[in-house]
Unconditional design. Structure first.
Length: 54
């Protein structure tokens, strides 16, 4: 069992948890809102080499 990336409460990553990796619908929506309002951003554009393992 891991922790929710939003509130740090224990959160299951199994298929039974439809909000995974979050612990609840509330945490999932709060995180989505942060991305939608551009509080969270990706620091640089993704490059093709980011998808390959060494």
């Amino acid at each position: 069992m891991d922790n929710c990336p939003r509130c740090q409460k224990p959160s299951s990553k199994s298929e039974e948890n439809k909000y995974r990796p979050f612990c609840s619908k509330k945490c999932k929506l709060i995180d989505f809102g942060s991305w939608a309002s551009e509080e969270n951003i990706i620091s640089r554009p993704a490059k093709s080499e980011d998808f390959y393992e060494d």
